[in-house]
Design a protein around this ligand. Structure first.
Ligand code: NAD
Ligand code: TDX
Length: 349
């Protein structure tokens, strides 16, 4: 397998790089990453010593660069993670989401189609999300792979656009492509704009922890290493043209998650501050993952309690990692976003 991973300096992509390089069936891994604000070179720096591995810094929407990588490296598999991934940023800067998530995906599909026509391309694994299905509201229902796409924010709309393009390449060009749609990931190396690492790092700094709305929105939490295993299984064993939901089977209200983190850190619940709700905030996501269980033989292995303990321990042990991110530019984002939502001034630690 000569594998191109996009977005391997990000949270899930870097976990996937480790999973891929641990397998002897993988002859070569090339990571194409533009090192955007959420791309961290240190997420993969120890891998740079591996002879089978190469980091290429560049944009997936740069067609000439992507064509060169395909040709030089004789790429026959793609695992496509690169994306603008944060819903809140898509509310005020949507253009980058279309550039990377839609246009970037198209460039990769075209490169794979070209390689396929030359007879040397085997699998394109497109990484998508449960958010493309929209919102379950307060119903007891779940999303199935057949649920119509109904995205409700610019992030999920751009991901849904990418999904449709990707699946169209199966029909029109016979591209052997598989899509995974996972639920919310958590674990080490997640950029601290997302709920869990934001709560952990704010609490470690004795800052208020912002909870949107009434805190009763439900997410289904999947430990990042379990997602990496599921994606690898889908790339190896998934049927071309098929979609696989990868759910964590850990539905929790946000407030429950926040309280569990504060308890694990020994911090008081008085740090919780309810702020104005996210516009268009999806109430609940939940996935039916029986197709992945049956066809891929995949199930999440890490319980929520174990995953949370490992996540909290990682942020405690890797303070230089998150301190380097929580700099002035992060504060500018934080004030711009949370100031509008009514977050109180931060008490000093
Ligand atoms: P992330 O923001 O941590 O990482 C994204 C990576 O993509 C970064 O390394 C960044 O530098 C890179 N990137 C961005 N634009 C690029 C471009 N134009 N060219 C090359 N590289 C670029 O994101 P993540 O949380 O690791 O998410 C990875 C994928 O998984 C995304 O496709 C996302 O939609 C999907 N996903 C995420 C979750 C989640 O809970 N985080 C859940 C389901 C699906
Ligand atoms: O400060 C916060 N306060 C808060 O209450 C933040 C950042 C979030 N929240 C809420 C919003 C959501 O209900 O917590 C929940 C989780 O929020 P995020 O971490 O922003 O994730 P979400 O919007 O659910 O999207 C995530 O899962 C699907 C990922 O960011 C996406 O990349 C993925 O596709």
């Amino acid at each position: 397998m000569r594998l191109l991973v996009t977005g391997g300096c990000g949270f899930i992509g870097s976990a996937f790089l480790r999973a891929a390089l641990s397998r002897s069936s993988v002859e070569r891994v090339v990571n194409l990453d533009v090192l955007s604000y959420s791309g961290r070179r240190e997420n993969q720096s120890e891998l740079e010593r591996e002879a089978r591995y190469r980091l290429v810094v560049g944009d997936i929407a740069d067609a000439a660069l992507v064509a060169r990588v395909f040709q030089e490296e004789k790429i026959d598999h793609v695992a496509h993670f690169a994306a603008e991934s944060h819903v809140d940023r898509s509310l005020f800067a949507a253009q980058a989401f279309v550039h990377t998530n839609v246009l970037g995906t198209l460039v990769l599909l075209e490169a794979a189609r070209g390689a396929r026509e030359k007879g040397r391309f085997e699998r394109f694994l497109h990484v998508s999300t449960d958010e493309v299905y929209g919102d379950l509201g307060d119903t007891g229902d779940v999303f199935r792979e057949t649920t119509p796409l109904s995205p409700r924010n610019p992030y999920s709309a751009s991901k849904a656009g990418a999904d449709l393009l990707a699946l169209s390449y199966v029909k029109t060009h016979g591209l052997p492509l598989v899509v995974t749609r996972s639920s919310n990931n958590y674990g080490p190396r997640q950029f601290p704009e997302k709920l869990m690492p934001l709560v952990v790092t704010n609490a470690l700094m004795d800052r208020q922890v912002p909870v949107y709305g009434d805190g009763k929105n439900v997410r289904d939490w999947l430990f990042v290493e379990d997602n990496a295993q599921g994606i690898f299984a889908a790339m190896e064993r998934g049927r071309p043209g098929e979609v696989y939901n990868l759910g964590g089977e850990n539905e929790r209200e946000n407030l429950t998650v926040v309280r569990a983190i504060l308890a694990a850190l020994g911090k008081p619940e008085s740090l919780i501050q309810f702020v104005k709700d996210r516009p268009g905030h999806d109430r609940r996501y939940a996935l039916d993952s029986r197709r992945a269980h049956g066809e891929l033989g995949w199930k999440p292995a890490v319980t929520f309690e174990e995953g949370l303990a490992r996540t909290v321990a990682w942020y405690r042990a890797n303070e230089p990692w998150w301190r380097a991110i929580r700099d002035d530019s992060f504060d500018a984002y934080y004030e711009r976003h949370y100031g509008k939502l009514g977050l109180k001034e931060q008490p000093t630690a």
